[in-house]
Ligand binder design. Structure first.
Ligand SMILES: NC(=O)c1ccc[n+]([C@@H]2O[C@H](COP(=O)([O-])OP(=O)(O)OC[C@H]3O[C@@H](n4cnc5c(N)ncnc54)[C@H](OP(=O)(O)O)[C@@H]3O)[C@@H](O)[C@H]2O)c1
Length: 302
């Protein structure tokens, strides 16, 4: 039995992504075989492809990228065949750019009714990262005010939603063209990142999804004792800041993912999807994601 996948045989640009046929994964005990209907393209996919993480986490080739999948159970342990499921895969193993993947059963969440496979695939990594940044990394408390950079992006909008639910006021630092959207999503104020400074009371914490000098400049408005949590790979220069930026890496959390999928299914959180593309166009999908500005997730459909 074989499956179709898009794999890399070496590190490089999007051109190293190749459509291949590989043996159908055989689920081990405690694993479920999922027939993938939709897989998200995340910014990290291009970084793995380019070898940015090769120093501490080299991959074996061929390597199938892709963290986030939604599909139906096709075999293995634990769940009836045909159950609609979504998951964040192990970020070091991955395997989303394929028509099947074997997933540890405890990573899988049954999809709520009414949610499409494309919407479900758009949630796991972005949703878990955004909500964990607010609730775990900085643990913002009701009544506090936090800065969220890139607040209308995939991670940022889940961070904004998590803050709003906790009664935490949000100052959103976004592109000028996204300020109105950030306010509509519930931010108390929106400023153009890199163009406007913050003149209000200091932030209790900073949740960053962009990184770089413009973010560092705003971090100067952090109150002493506050934290700076960043998910971005572009570093924030700590010089002159009230706190040292701390990198936060998402962790799997099926229970939290279930809550996020429910919220999206109920329309409480909008997850814009910019494009749904066939699996064989993964290289073009990554070019678009690498370039930024897509305005939503790019989803691959095998
Ligand atoms: N550490 C972890 O565990 C983890 C997990 C998930 C994601 N991440 C990282 O978090 C970052 C965000 O991921 P994402 O999925 O949310 O990406 P995304 O959907 O592209 O969102 C990023 C947002 O930031 C905006 N942005 C980028 N540069 C900007 C700038 N200079 N000024 C103003 N706005 C800017 C983008 O706008 P444009 O689209 O217009 O550029 C976009 O709205 C990526 O670096 C990703 O690799 C890390």
């Amino acid at each position: 039995m074989i499956m179709r996948a898009v794999a890399i045989g070496r590190y490089g640009g999007p051109e190293v992504l190749e459509l291949v046929e590989l043996p159908l994964p055989e689920p081990k005990p405690g694993e479920v075989l999922v027939a993938i209907r939709a897989a998200a393209v995340n910014p990290a996919d291009g970084k793995w492809r380019a070898g940015m993480f090769a120093g501490f986490a080299p991959v074996g080739f061929p390597h199938i990228l892709g963290y986030d999948v939604a599909g139906t159970v096709a075999g293995g342990d634990g769940l009836p065949v045909g159950t609609r499921v979504a998951a964040m895969l192990d970020p070091f193993i991955k395997g989303g750019y394929a028509d099947h993947v074997a997933v540890a059963a405890d990573r899988l969440v049954a999809m709520p009714d009414g949610l499409s496979f494309e919407q479900a695939a758009a949630v796991p990594t972005a949703g878990l990262t955004g909500s964990q940044l607010v609730e775990r990394a900085v643990d913002a408390r009701p009544g506090q005010r936090i800065l969220i950079t890139g607040a209308t992006g995939a991670v940022g909008r889940f961070a904004l939603d998590a803050a709003r639910r906790r009664g935490v006021a949000v100052v959103a630092a976004v592109r000028t063209s996204r300020k109105a959207e950030a306010l509509a999503l519930g931010a108390e104020a929106a400023i153009a990142l890199g163009e406007e400074d913050w003149t209000g009371v200091p932030f209790d914490h900073v949740v960053d999804t962009v990184g770089g000098d413009a973010v560092a400049a705003l971090c100067r408005h952090l109150r002493p004792g506050g934290r700076i949590a960043t998910a971005a790979t572009t570093p924030i220069d700590p010089q002159g800041l009230p706190a040292t930026p701390e990198f936060y890496a998402v962790v799997a959390d099926a229970e939290r993912l279930g809550r996020l999928l429910e919220a999206v299914a109920k329309g409480e959180i909008a997850v814009p999807i910019a494009r749904v593309m066939p699996l064989e166009q993964a290289a073009e999908a990554q070019r678009l994601t690498d370039a930024g500005g897509a305005g939503g997730k790019i989803i691959l459909a095998p």
